[in-house]
Design a protein around this ligand. Structure first.
Ligand SMILES: Nc1ncnc2c1ncn2[C@@H]1O[C@H](COP(=O)(O)OP(=O)(O)OP(=O)(O)O)[C@@H](O)[C@H]1O
Length: 509
């Protein structure tokens, strides 16, 4: 059995090569070659036939560790490397991440400690090379500590089981630790993040639907130290029926559209390999003076009706939205209201509201309130919108939607133009009462793959905006913020670019 060799990094970029055996396995020798990009595994055979080989990309590596054999008489050094490569491409199916873990044994001498040290060198170099494949500035520590908030009743009620079978093994391989809290009632997560010291965790992970993350964001914004607390990195694992942010982050991180446990696998990989990036938050103020913080969407009309009315089809999982849409299309309603907005192009380009928050100049009293985030683009709701805003001339709507992420659901690729969670723009979509059922059907069918943006659908408008106001002329219809219903009322909102942070894998330069 040959010894392991350390090669200088030349054009071949071989970092290490050596002879191992696979565990468990037949004991047949394998050649392992570590390059800057991959781990090549080749069966060694004595006949002249070319040996089968395969490679694992280091960009997909989530962890690597070395250890000694348990039996004191066992001399080998051991190495386990875990990867989450993409699967399904060759079969033309949905491409998604699937965990692959390989353990190798090396015995280059009769000295157990020496063999262990060789395995350790390999594990360290593999991990070093794997880290080189990631984003340049690693903000999270290598051993990540997560607070996981899980809603056991989200979606079809499988979140706890999926966490055990799909998430824990991957977190373990990635050397991450976590504290799991299963929520027992609504608002528990909101109160917890509002009241607790969060410094013991590197990120707050929500395994649920968008509703639980909505609680977390609003809980953080209720803290006296909200400006600092809202910078705590958040992460999403899809466990509910509305998993729009999880689907969006998976898309931003370079994955094809997926749902169910495939999306969960993608998001678990992102949790292990990603970095905190800016997350836009929208501050909404209602006519009753309520302040709500939103990371995803505001909806009125068809979309919010479907979201809430389809609760009764919860057993269907995310399919409840498609089914609910078809049901609602048969009994279409219109809603009267005045819609105004500030087009994105006319507002000054704002930088992420990272470390220096502008605080509130409370316009009703003209006193500075340092404890409140300022909505600098808005005037009080009882005053007319500023003259440089646009007011839609029609006042009969079938739907009004403001979406700030790419997906409205795991299967609803509604805003394909959104490429990252912190662009500082809301995508306003509205349909007036003149829209036909056929056009709405075309819209919703197109949204499954995002193809609706390339089609001409009459009476649907899309405008990028940074602020909006909606004044219902009759207080009817359901309004939703991030999929959670609120009483129908006049309200307005503005985007705060990069106010929060979410773990994602940025693509491109
Ligand atoms: N243990 C619990 N029992 C009942 N409700 C809970 C519990 N924990 C959280 N909730 C509430 O459930 C709501 C929906 O949660 P979540 O978004 O996680 O699931 P979901 O199935 O995707 O729901 P939806 O599609 O309605 O948003 C949240 O508003 C949250 O307050």
């Amino acid at each position: 059995m040959g010894d392991t060799q350390d090669s200088p990094s030349g054009p071949s970029e071989v970092i290490l090569c050596g002879t191992f055996t696979l565990v468990p396995g037949t004991g047949a020798p394998l050649s392992l070659i570590l390059t800057r990009k991959e781990l090549l595994i080749q069966t060694l055979s004595l006949d002249a036939q070319p040996s089968p080989h395969y490679s694992l990309a280091l960009a997909d590596c989530i962890g690597c560790r070395s250890f000694r054999g348990k039996d004191p008489t066992e001399l080998g050094g051991y190495l386990t490397a875990a990867f989450c490569p993409l699967r399904g491409e060759a079969l033309g199916k949905t491409i998604y991440r699937q965990r692959v873990s390989r353990t190798f044994r090396i015995e280059v001498s009769r000295d157990k400690e020496h063999n262990f040290n060789v395995a350790k060198t390999w594990a360290n170099r593999i991990w070093e090379m794997a880290e080189d494949q990631g984003p340049p500035s690693s903000i999270l520590p290598p051993s990540r500590r997560f607070l996981v908030l899980l809603n056991p009743f989200a979606g079809t009620g499988k979140a706890s089981g999926h966490f055990q079978t799909h998430v824990i093994p991957t977190l373990t391989e990635a050397n991450a630790t976590f504290t799991l809290l299963e929520t027992e009632r609504p608002k528990q997560a909101q109160e917890l993040v509002r009241d607790e010291d969060l410094s013991g965790w590197d990120a707050i992970v929500v395994m649920a639907g968008d509703g639980l993350l909505f609680e977390v964001v609003n809980g953080l914004m209720e803290r006296p130290d909200w400006a600092c607390a809202i910078k705590k990195p958040l992460a999403v694992l899809p466990g509910g029926s509305g998993n729009a942010l999880a689907a969006s982050v998976s898309y931003y991180s370079g994955h094809k559209q997926a749902s169910g446990t495939k999306l969960l696998n993608n998001c678990t990989f992102i949790l292990c390999k990603g970095q905190p990036v800016h997350l836009d938050l929208v501050s909404l103020t209602t006519s009753s003076g309520r302040r709500i913080f939103s990371f995803l969407s505001f909806a009125w009309g068809l979309i919010s009706d479907v979201d809430i009315e389809s609760e009764r089809y919860r057993f269907m999982g995310s399919a409840r939205f498609s089914f609910g849409t078809f049901v609602r299309l048969t009994a279409l309603r219109t809603y009267r209201g005045r819609l105004s907005y500030l087009p994105a192009r006319t507002s000054p380009d704002s930088t992420p509201e990272s470390d220096s928050h502008r605080h509130n100049l409370n316009s009703s009293t003209d006193t500075v309130n340092p404890n409140v985030l300022e909505d600098s683009l808005l005037v009080p709701l009882n005053e007319p919108v500023p003259p440089h805003w646009t007011t839609v001339t029609e006042d009969q709507f079938v739907l009004v939607l403001l979406l700030y992420q790419s997906h409205l659901g795991a299967d609803l690729f509604t805003a394909p133009m959104v490429q990252s969670p912190g662009e500082g723009v809301m995508q306003l979509f509205y349909a007036t009462s003149r829209i036909s059922r056929a056009s709405l059907l075309k819209l919703f069918l197109g949204m499954e793959k995002g193809s609706h943006m390339g089609e001409s659908i009459p009476h649907i408008t899309n405008v990028p905006v940074t602020a909006f106001r909606l004044e219902p002329l009759e207080n009817v219809g359901i309004m939703t913020v991030d999929g959670e219903s609120i009483p129908c009322c006049s309200l307005q909102g503005q985007i705060h670019k990069g106010l929060g942070r979410i773990i994602s894998i940025p693509q491109g330069p």
